[in-house]
Design a protein around this ligand. Structure first.
Ligand SMILES: Cc1cc2nc3c(=O)[nH]c(=O)nc-3n(C[C@H](O)[C@H](O)[C@H](O)COP(=O)(O)OP(=O)(O)OC[C@H]3O[C@@H](n4cnc5c(N)ncnc54)[C@H](O)[C@@H]3O)c2cc1C
Length: 287
């Protein structure tokens, strides 16, 4: 199914690049150095004079969804509305998608655009960082699959080469059962995050098997520090309680919020409160 919410400018179809296959898109990208255009919800508001655009909405290969034992495989061109309406989708991602903007934006905006735009406030990207998802980048010359943390390297900076398209996201299925997604915004509708949080937790027989926290809207990129959460992995609930101050202090030292409309101190404190509350609730419910 193609994304019918995107319209190429009327009467200009001949001047724009709107390929119908991935192969044709990659060929155009290699030759023209065009700017990929998915839902346009970020590009429309960007002060970006670069052209031409390569419209992606006709390309069926970007709209797929499948799963195997290890991964959910999400086409980069899936809109939030499609993610929310598909019962096979992981609940954590559906929750993040449903808190993005308003229906009009969710009808056009895509998960691939959210990642490739590389905003530290991007909500679906936050979930994908917390879950250590992978991204599949394809060019006419070949493809590579890399951790999303190696793709998002700064504010509006990715390691995508100009001839590559983000085609698919591989979200690991493991550790998704117990999660929290929280968006601390100014108001409910159309709220761009001031601080956002995604956390995953798993324990078995009283021993922590997995802990993964990610924070959005605080630094230039989404913050994820596996080595800090690793302090508690493999520990019993009692040991984790004893280590929790050290764990929180490590997060305190690791987060350096940039100044924005909301003070850096406030955002750091919100992050630490979210982290502490998440861990406490999980330790309390683990026996
Ligand atoms: C009013 C409003 C409210 C919003 N609220 C939220 C919110 O609550 N949470 C949130 O996270 N975001 C929000 N956004 C931002 C935006 O809607 C999302 O980031 C959206 O997912 C972008 O997807 P898109 O398909 O529209 O991307 P586009 O605008 O088409 O593209 C964004 C960037 O990604 C690149 N790109 C797109 N697809 C690919 C691809 N397949 N391969 C390589 N590069 C690609 C483009 O070249 C461009 O650089 C909001 C935007 C608006 C205008």
């Amino acid at each position: 199914m193609v994304n019918s919410m995107v319209q190429t400018p009327k009467g200009k179809e001949g001047d724009t690049l709107a390929p119908k296959t991935l192969e044709a898109a990659l060929a155009s990208l290699a030759q023209e150095g065009a700017i990929p255009y998915a839902g346009g919800t970020d590009l429309m508001v960007a002060e970006d004079e670069r052209r031409p655009f390569l419209f992606l909405h006709n390309i069926a290969e970007l709209q797929g969804f499948s799963e195997d034992d290890e991964y959910y495989r999400l086409g980069a061109g899936l809109t939030y509305t499609r993610i929310m309406n598909d019962k096979r989708m992981p609940a954590l991602l559906v929750e993040a998608a449903s808190q993005i903007a308003a229906p009009a934006i969710r009808n056009a905006g895509t998960i691939g655009g959210n990642i490739a735009n590389a905003s530290p406030k991007a909500d679906s990207a936050l979930v994908l960082v917390a879950t250590d998802s992978l991204v599949r980048l394809v060019s006419a010359a070949g493809e590579r699959v890399i951790p999303i943390g190696q793709f998002l390297v700064g504010r509006q900076k990715t390691t995508r080469r100009p001839d590559e398209l983000l085609v698919e996201i591989l979200m690991p299925k493991r550790w998704l059962a117990d999660y929290r997604f929280t968006k601390v915004g100014g108001r409910k509708a159309l709220a761009i995050s001031r601080v956002s949080f995604a956390g995953l937790f798993a324990a078995e027989s009283g021993v922590i098997q997995h802990l993964a926290l990610a924070f959005g809207a605080v630094e230039d990129t989404i913050v994820r520090r596996p080595q800090i959460d690793g302090l508690l992995i493999g520990k019993s609930v009692e040991e984790a309680r004893a280590l929790s101050e050290e764990w929180l202090a490590a997060w305190d030292a690791a987060i350096t919020p940039l100044r924005g409309r909301v003070s850096a101190r406030y955002r750091k404190q919100v992050c630490l409160n979210l982290a502490a509350a998440f861990l406490k609730s999980r330790l309390e419910s683990t026996d």
